[in-house]
Design a protein around this ligand. Structure first.
Ligand code: FAD
Length: 361
C-alpha cells in the first residue's frame, strides 16, 4: 500500500475544487481496501472513499484524514449466478467498483444487454452508482443491480447486499443515508436483459425515436450522450459548462398544499412529475406527493442559465449545474448555493436539498 501525504484533491474532482488529502491511498484490490481501512483505524483518522469525484464538493482546506481512491478494475461478462455455482448467464455482469461507469454502459449496450442504456454519459465509477442510485432519462440503476459487495469499515469485514437490502429510493440508498460512510463498495453485480428493448420513456428520447422504431441499444446510448452534451451534462474536454458536479440540487418532493403555494407565488402552475417509488428506508408512501423540477423553481426565483457570481456560476445550458468558471473555491460555490436556496425558500417556502457530497467541511 503506497501512502501519499498532502495530495491535492481538486484534480480528482469534476468541479476541479478542493484542498489536499492529509493522507491518500489508491486501492487496486480488496486486500488493499482492507489494509487502508486498518491503517485509518489504527491511526484513528477518518476515512473518505473517493470514486470518480463527479458528485463531490471538497472543502478548500481539504480532508484531514485518509482518502481511499477505489481503483479496483475488472469486468466479467458472465458472472457465476452465485459464489459457488458455475452457471454462466448472459446479461449478468460482475464489475469491479473502480471501473468507469460509462465504459461499462457502452460495453453492455454493445453486447445488446438492456437496462442501463439511458444512464450513458454519467461520469464516475461503477462503485459510485449504487451509492446515490444514479438515474437519468427514465432509468435508475437500482432496477439493474442484483448485488453489491462492500467492505464494512465498522465490523472490518466484507459484506454483500441484495438490491432490496440496498434500500434504494430517489438518489438514495443505505450507503448514503442510514449507513453513510460505513462501506467501501468493491464490486457490483448487474442483471441486464439480453436482447431487451431500450427504455424510451423520456420525452427527448421519444422525439429521437418515434413510436414504431426499434433502435439498437448503442444508438440509444449515443443519443443519450448527444442530449447530455447539448445540456453541458457530458464531460467534454474544454467545455466550461461541464466543470460541475452534475445536478447540484435534488428535485423536491412536495405535498398538494405546497404545490398550491408554489402555483400562487409563481402565478402559474409548476411542472410536476410523479414522486416515484416510496422511500424504501422509511416505508413512507409517496401518495399525494409530486416532484417539482428544482430547475424551474430556481429560474422562477430569478436565476437564469448563465448566472454568474464571481468565479462560480450556473451552467449556460443547465440551470441545475453550478460550475467552476475558473479558479473558483468551494467557498464561491457555497456562496452561490446559499443565494439560490435563500431565494427559492423566500419565494416558495421550499428548501432545496443539495445533491453532491460535501467533503472536509
Ligand atoms: C456532468 C455530470 C453529469 C451528471 N449526471 C448525473 C445524472 O444524470 N444522474 C445522476 O444520478 N448523477 C449524475 N451525476 C453525478 C455523478 O456522476 C454520480 O453521482 C456518480 O455516480 C458519482 O460517482 P463517482 O464515482 O464519481 O463518486 P464520487 O463523486 O467520487 O463520490 C460520491 C459519493 O459516493 C461515495 N462513493 C464513491 N465510490 C464509492 C465506493 N466504491 N464505495 C463507497 N462509497 C463510494 C463517495 O464517498 C461519496 O460519498 C453527474 C455528474 C456530472 C459531473
Amino acid at each position: 500500500m503506497l501512502l501519499e501525504e498532502n495530495k491535492p484533491l481538486a484534480p480528482f474532482t469534476t468541479l476541479g475544487i478542493g484542498g489536499p488529502a492529509r493522507w491518500f491511498v489508491s486501492a487496486a484490490s480488496e486486500e488493499e481496501v482492507a489494509e487502508a481501512a486498518s491503517w485509518a483505524h489504527e491511526h484513528g483518522v477518518p476515512l473518505f472513499v473517493l470514486g470518480g469525484g463527479s458528485n463531490l464538493l471538497v472543502s478548500d482546506t481539504g480532508f484531514p484524514g485518509l482518502v481511499l481512491l477505489v481503483a479496483l478494475r475488472g469486468i466479467s461478462a458472465a458472472a457465476p449466478a452465485d459464489d459457488h455455482g458455475q452457471v454462466a448467464e448472459r446479461g449478468v455482469y460482475r464489475v469491479a467498483a473502480g471501473e468507469e461507469w460509462d465504459a461499462f454502459v457502452e460495453r453492455a449496450a454493445g453486447e445488446n444487454c438492456a437496462g442501463i442504456e439511458c444512464l450513458a454519459g454519467i461520469p464516475g465509477t461503477v462503485g459510485g452508482t449504487p451509492v446515490q442510485n444514479v438515474g437519468a432519462y427514465g432509468q435508475e440503476v437500482a432496477s439493474s443491480i442484483e448485488r453489491v459487495r462492500a467492505f464494512d469499515l465498522q465490523d472490518r469485514r466484507f459484506a454483500e447486499f441484495t438490491a432490496p437490502e440496498c434500500e434504494f429510493a430517489y438518489r438514495r440508498s443505505r450507503f448514503n443515508s442510514t449507513e453513510r460512510g460505513r462501506y467501501v463498495v468493491t464490486r457490483v453485480d448487474y442483471r441486464l436483459t439480453p436482447d431487451g428493448e431500450p427504455t424510451l420513456r423520456y420525452a427527448d428520447l421519444q422525439r429521437a425515436f418515434p413510436a414504431g422504431t426499434r433502435p439498437r441499444l448503442n444508438e440509444v446510448t449515443a443519443t443519450v450522450r448527444r442530449i447530455r452534451q447539448s445540456k453541458g451534462m457530458l464531460m467534454v474536454e474544454g467545455d466550461p459548462d461541464c466543470q460541475s458536479a452534475g445536478s447540484f440540487f435534488k428535485n423536491p418532493v412536495v405535498t398538494e398544499d405546497e404545490l398550491r403555494r408554489i402555483a400562487t407565488a409563481a402565478a402559474k402552475e409548476p411542472p410536476r412529475f410523479p414522486a416515484g417509488r416510496p422511500d424504501a428506508a422509511t416505508g413512507t408512501e409517496n401518495r399525494g406527493l409530486a416532484k417539482v423540477p428544482a430547475a424551474w423553481l430556481i429560474e422562477q426565483a430569478g436565476f437564469p442559465k448563465g448566472f454568474v457570481l464571481g468565479a462560480a456560476g450556473i451552467s449556460s445550458r443547465h440551470t441545475l449545474a453550478l460550475i467552476n468558471r475558473g479558479g473558483a473555491t468551494a467557498g464561491d460555490i457555497l456562496a452561490l448555493r446559499d443565494r439560490i436556496t435563500a431565494a427559492v425558500e423566500a419565494r416558495f417556502g421550499i428548501p432545496l436539498e443539495m445533491e453532491p457530497v460535501m467533503v472536509g467541511f
